[in-house]
Every structure is written in structure tokens, then in C-alpha cells.
Design a protein around this ligand. Structure first.
Ligand code: 7PJ
Length: 273
């Protein structure tokens, strides 16, 4: 798949490093809120083997406050611009805001990562104009209320129906199907059981014949399983990344890039035999 100027083989496993530029971000306490810190963190993730850097300025942790468009743009755009000048890495932008995505597309964004799957007004049109790849993520509800009472008739079926609907919406907006990546959205309006079922049955989404991206890194489901705080979830995160890759995920979104790259090299070496 072509991500701006960078071509990647998505039959192989890739690591996406998370770069939060939110002062209230969930697991690094906003330490990378300033531009210099963000760039240093990105450089370190790139050196460790990340092929994507996912820049996000809106905290979507459960219960997080909404951020204004201006604030989100002020956080994200300088980072995108600086990264595109210095790194040979795909810059993914974790945003649902059409205006931000439009601006970011002019300064080096290589992937649209929208946790709302282009459902905001104007998002489909902007995404179509950029001609960039798009990750469509499933979420039930909104970050403000999604963990209050996650509820599905059948989570796999409901998420599949959602994917079908969003893929059709994209095609209707002139986006070709081969630009799409799917993500079931671990932790976004899902109970522990939903998350575990999705991880176990991830291969069911192979029927869409599109690359799968997943993010499980440090998430609360891992805290529920291990009883550990966010900062102590490395081993659990690695375990979940390995399971996801073995079940077909090809882009794994994580905070701990160096450790994940090694863990996934083992998976890739095995797949290569
Ligand atoms: C995800 C994301 C994810 C995609 C976040 C966190 C919450 N984008 N953005 N998939 N999670 N595509 O990292 O805990 O799972 S923010």
C-alpha cells in the first residue's frame, strides 16, 4: 500500500508507534506535549523500528473531555510538519476532524487514522480528496460514554456490519477499497469479554480482504486481566500484540516500540518459514 511517498508491504507485520500530543493523555501523562519532546520520542520510535508514527491530539480515553478543533490543530500540525521534514516514516494522524485532516494532508500525513471511521460531517469528502489510505475503526458510542454499557447482539456480526456500511460509504465517496484498513477498536465500547472474543476470532475479519490494524497497548482490558497499572502492562501488551499478529493483524499500534518490534520479529520469522 502506498502511504504518500512511502510504499509498505502489508503482508508483513508493522509496528505503529503512538505519539500522544495531548496534555491529559492516558498513559504517558502528557509528557510529550511539547514539540521537541514529541520529535525526540518519534525519532526514538523510528530508530527502534516503527514504520508508522501515529500522531494524536484528541484524548479518546474513556470519559475524556472533548477538545476544540483549534486546540487539536495546534497540537498536531506542528508535529506532522516537523516529522515529515526529518523522518522516513509514515505519519499517521489519529483524528476525526475534517479540517485537521485536510491541513495535515498538505504537510506530509501518510495515513488517516479515524476512530470515528469518517462519520463526522465532511470527513468522507476530505478523506477522498487526499487520496491517502484510511484506517476505519469501530467504536460503539463516543469516548465520553462508550464504556458505560457496551452492548451487542453479537459483537463480531455487529462490527462486521459496521465495516460493510463504512466500506460502502467510502466507495460511494470515491475512495477505492484498496485504500482501506480495518480496526475492530479494542476498548472502544467493549467489555473485557468482547475484547477477548475479538482477539480470539480476529481472523473472521480476513473476509473483507483488507489489512487489519489493532491497538491493545496498555489498554484497560490488560489491566483487568493482570491487575496491573498502566505503567506495568508491558508484558501483557507484548502478549496481546503477538496474539493479534498471529491472528492476522498487520499493523500493531503500541507505546513500547522497541520491545514490540523484537516480539513481532519472532512472529514474522515464523510466518516466513
Ligand atoms: C486506537 C486508536 C486503536 C486505532 C487509540 C489508546 C486509546 N486508533 N487510537 N486503534 N486507540 N486505529 O491508545 O489507549 O485501538 S487512543
Amino acid at each position: 500500500m502506498q502511504f504518500g511517498s512511502i510504499q509498505l508491504d502489508l503482508d508483513r507485520v508493522h509496528v505503529m508507534g503512538v505519539l500522544n500530543v495531548t496534555p491529559d493523555s492516558f498513559s504517558d501523562g502528557g509528557r510529550f506535549a511539547t514539540l521537541d519532546n514529541a520529535l525526540m520520542q518519534a525519532e526514538s520510535m523510528f530508530q527502534s523500528g516503527a514504520t508508522f508514527i501515529d500522531v494524536g491530539g484528541e484524548s479518546t480515553r474513556p470519559g475524556a473531555k472533548e477538545v476544540s478543533l483549534q486546540e487539536e490543530m495546534d497540537r498536531v500540525l506542528p508535529v506532522v510538519e516537523a516529522l515529515s521534514e526529518t523522518q522516513e516514516v509514515v505519519i499517521s494522524v489519529d483524528s476525526s476532524s475534517p479540517q485537521l485532516l485536510h491541513e495535515a494532508s498538505k504537510i506530509g500525513m501518510g495515513l488517516i487514522n479515524d476512530v470515528r471511521a469518517l462519520q463526522r460531517e465532511g470527513a468522507l469528502e476530505v478523506a477522498s480528496e487526499t487520496q491517502l489510505p484510511i484506517c476505519l475503526m469501530h467504536m460503539q458510542g463516543s469516548p465520553q460514554c462508550m464504556q458505560e454499557n457496551p452492548n451487542y447482539k453479537n459483537a463480531i456480526d455487529d462490527i462486521s456490519t459496521f465495516f460493510e456500511e463504512r466500506i460502502q460509504a467510502c466507495i460511494g465517496a470515491g475512495i477505492s477499497k484498496d485504500k482501506l484498513i480495518l480496526d475492530p477498536g479494542f476498548g472502544f465500547g467493549k467489555t473485557l469479554t468482547h475484547n477477548l472474543m475479538l482477539l480470539k476470532q480476529l481472523t473472521v475479519f480476513e473476509r473483507f480482504d483488507l489489512p487489519l490494524l489493532v491497538g491493545l497497548s496498555r489498554k484497560s482490558m490488560l489491566g483487568q486481566i493482570t491487575g496491573k497499572e498502566v505503567a506495568e502492562r508491558l508484558a501483557a501488551s507484548l502478549s496481546s500484540s503477538v496474539i493479534a499478529a498471529m491472528n492476522g493483524a498487520r499493523i500493531i499500534r503500541v507505546h513500547d516500540v522497541e520491545e514490540t518490534v523484537d516480539a513481532l520479529k519472532v512472529v514474522q520469522a515464523m510466518l516466513d518459514v
